[in-house]
Design a protein around this ligand. Sequence first.
Ligand code: FAD
Ligand code: AMP
Length: 474
Amino acid sequence: MSEQFDVIVIGAGPGGYVAAIRAAQLGLKTACIDAALGKDDKPALGGTCLRVGCIPSKALLDSSRQFHNLTHMFADHGISAEKPKMDVGTMIGRKDKIVKQFTGGIAMLFKANKVTPFYGFGTLHKGNLVKVKQHDGSEVELKAANVILAAGSDSIELPFAKFDGERIVDNVGGLDFDKVPKRLGVIGAGVIGLELGSVWNRLGSEVTILEALPEFLAAADADIAKAAAKEFKKQGLDIKLGAKVGKAEVKKDGVHLTYNDGKADHKLVVDKLLVAVGRRAATKGLLAEGTEVKLDERGMVEVDEHNHTGVDGVWAIGDCVRGPMLAHKATEEGIAVAELIAGLPGHVNLDTVPWVIYTEPEIAWVGKTEKQCKDEGIPVRTGSFPFAAIGRAVAMNEPAGLVKVIAHAETDRIVGMHLVGANVSELVHSGVIAMEFNGAADDLARICFAHPTLSEAVHEAAMSVDKRAIHKAN
Ligand code: FAD
Ligand code: AMP
């Protein structure tokens, strides 16, 4: 006999757990299944984001930043310390405590909202039947009018550099080194490679990032990528572009890499190798034969603009479907689908999902880059403003970076905002809100921003679209 629910969610990441809570809030009898175990081998809800993604990476970025500030920045403020030391075990322990607090928090939220958790691997069968293989080997069967697939994603493994959890690692290992590797190699200068590369670089690793593409951060606006690259170089991050890695051999003295830069083969020996070449949908084993749910050529669940799979009552959200692989995108889709199931309107605007890279300086954007506008034939005017001319940024010793506003040349509507600098993970939301309200650059220019704040760079960049920024030559 199968247990009956209104909604079954497979996966308890920021997509799935949020969908389950929202569905339960709306009075639907909801189950949420998750297979993951924490470092203590006990079930841990929260998905990649809480266990081995967003939260632990930000914990380590913060610890390593404190250390970097102490060793490189405090002297400017007249603060000195004798021989600062980093205890990696304490840093990792702090990170693990935060992870435990938050994964445990989801279990409490499930209890408070009457979501029934099942700990094990779920497979969708024909007719919205879900079979769960639990950790003790037993199997339970659940049925519901609506099933939400929220299986998330896994790291992509390179065939010549298999993860061994010791020398060659993905994000899971890269968040858990027991000491600072003397030489760290990173394959892939994407978000994860840059963030984790920064953590260990700040603690003293010699970090070399090998990126196959000839262009740095191709997804970001070119002006922002250029400014960021300049800062990373100053920090000692060695980023080699157009460097395609073809071989990785584990030997006694380290991992021997061979990469080609289009001209010749080069060798690099590192103590640890972090492979950060992207992620793929975790849909292996998710669908039994006969469900009629379709996967695309990359293994992602095919959905329409409302996250519906085309099969009655089956929806999919988050990293296992099209769109950016970001936690907040998964969350918004989870809320939208739960509301659609309950008969409410639900929609996610993928055009205004903000992106953030939590390096130093931070990088953030929303909307289109100048190049995308050009390629799509959208006529634009742009305005930018450097943090070096913002009093608050200089007072904080954070003068690096800029804000760039891109507006439609005829309507003045904001089509993109791109930022690199201190705290831009927060500032980007002024762009998101402006775009969601169909705001124009002139609207932002005519709003009163507090002084002295970093947000004034957004204000001045918006004014600069019309060549009327005050604190720079237009
Ligand atoms: P996931 O979080 O991957 O959760 C899916 C869950 O489903 C997992 O727990 C999995 O075990 C479970 N599952 C899968 N299949 C089954 C099954 N068949 N049965 C039962 N359970 C199953 N994004 C940001 O927005 N900001 C960041 O700062 C950020 N930092 C990141 C840093 C790192 C190092 C990494 C790796 C990722 C980061 N991300 C970040 C991306 C973010 O983690 C993902 O976009 C987000 O977790 C996706 O959420 P999700 O709910 O779709 O899937
Ligand atoms: P992201 O998708 O943001 O996580 O970034 C992954 C990066 O890894 C991309 O920029 C890819 O170009 C890069 N990449 C993939 N395969 C290789 C490889 N064999 N050598 C070097 N870089 C690679």
